[in-house]
Design a protein around this ligand. Structure first.
Ligand code: FNR
Length: 382
């Protein structure tokens, strides 16, 4: 693919679809049930109108911001998404290099196809990573992984994913279960000896053979997490700030804010439509929080993901109070379209579109964005 000719994220997805295996496509593309949440995630941004101010000097534009006090050059980060090497051998390390070039943050999935050590191997001192945890039924396995993160200075926080205590029903993924995998479906971090050494007394049986990739990756993941038991357990095993991913209501956003400063941020997410289908897009949850508990924004950072395909989407989320936005599939499809350079192209496109949108709104810096720049009336009627 000539990446120069690829002009937007939809075209990246089309280019990747031609390059990657059917199995990888099904795993990446799939969402739960009727794909309703996945569609809402994207459509919701089209319902928000911009309110551009004119006669304002927009010669310069600065997209830099910070996450948990760490400076980044763009308010766009790569969401934790499993199995990047299904798309391209550059894998999660390629994503890390692309993020370095654009000054973007990356959250590494527990189910990454490379170990965290491999992924951060060439990280620059100012590069920002988080590591995402799915708590395992066998807690000692999670504890061993958390122990390992302590040795990686590049990892600045632990992102605990809460919206998928069980995997959603992803029919595209299930249909492709009999197509041979070009990679063993196992998280690299779990295969690695430093975890298995502590796991000799493993009580989790091997997953059945004929499962979709999503289902088998969730094998062994705990469904018994609670505010009361899991946060104290996590605090015992990490000193890093905690980010809770998969918040979908203002009630849970508020509860999370009560756990500040241990919880430093929440990610409003419906898992890219892969968990509960018809769960709300992050924009709806942002609006709920604004209405019922706006103090949440003062206590913890609020990040969002799901359906981000345009710079205008980024700007609208920020105007509603999000600190930053994550991209999941866009990064994986970028990798599929052209390895590390494909992910670079994704970040280049999104950064340039974000700048254009900010300048057309008459905004020079991220912290100037606010509700005055958008009209959400069409959503309030929903
Ligand atoms: C994900 N997501 C995800 N989330 C997580 O916390 N841990 C994980 O391992 C994964 N794995 C994963 C794999 C694939 C293929 C996808 C598409 C998604 C969810 C991800 O972090 C994010 O919430 C969504 O991808 C955001 O939506 P978009 O950008 O894909 O529309």
């Amino acid at each position: 693919v000539d990446l120069e000719t690829v002009l937007n994220i939809d075209e990246i997805e089309q280019a990747a679809t031609k390059q990657i295996s059917k199995k990888a496509w099904a795993y990446y593309y799939s969402a739960s049930d009727d794909l309703a949440s996945k569609k809402f995630n994207n459509e919701v941004y089209r319902k928000i109108l911009l309110r551009p101010r004119v006669f304002v000097d927009c010669t310069s534009c600065d997209t830099s911001t910070s996450f948990l006090g760490h400076r980044v050059k763009v308010p766009i980060y790569v969401s934790p998404a499993a199995m990047a090497r299904l798309a391209h051998p550059d894998g999660e390390h390629g994503i890390a290099q692309a993020c370095e070039k654009y000054g973007a943050m990356q959250i590494i999935s527990q189910n990454a196809s490379m170990t965290p050590e491999q992924i951060v191997a060439d990280a620059q001192p100012d590069q920002v990573f988080g590591w995402q945890l799915y708590v395992q039924n066998e807690r000692h396995k999670s504890e061993a992984m958390l122990e390992r993160m302590k040795k990686l200075a590049a990892i600045k926080f632990i992102c605990l994913t809460l919206d998928a205590p069980v995997p959603g029903k992803r029919e595209d993924d299930e249909r492709s279960k009999n197509i041979g995998a070009n990679l063993p479906v196992k998280a690299a971090v779990q295969e690695d000896s430093s975890v298995s050494k502590t796991s000799t007394d493993s009580t989790t049986p091997a997953p059945p053979k004929n499962m979709g990739m999503g289902q088998s990756l969730f094998w062994g993941t705990a469904a018994d997490l609670t505010w009361r038991t899991t946060l104290p357990w996590l605090a015992q095993h990490t000193d890093l700030p905690i980010v809770l991913k998969g918040i979908q209501t203002h009630e849970d956003a508020y509860l999370a804010s009560l756990h500040a400063p241990q919880v430093k941020a929440i990610i409003l997410s419906n898992h890219g439509g892969r968990a509960a289908d018809t769960a709300p897009p992050a924009v709806h949850t942002l609006l709920e929080i604004r209405k019922y508990c706006p103090e949440v924004f003062d206590k913890i950072e609020v990040w969002v993901d799901g359906g981000i395909k345009r710079g205008t989407d980024v700007v609208k989320a920020l105007a509603l109070g999000a600190r930053g936005v994550g991209v999941g599939r866009a990064a994986l499809f970028g990798l599929g379209a052209g390895g590390k350079e494909g992910v670079e192209r994704v970040l280049e496109i999104l950064k340039a579109e974000t700048e254009t949108c900010m300048r057309l709104l008459g905004v020079e810096r991220i912290d100037q964005l606010g509700l005055q720049h958008i009209n959400t009336r069409a959503l309030e009627r929903d």
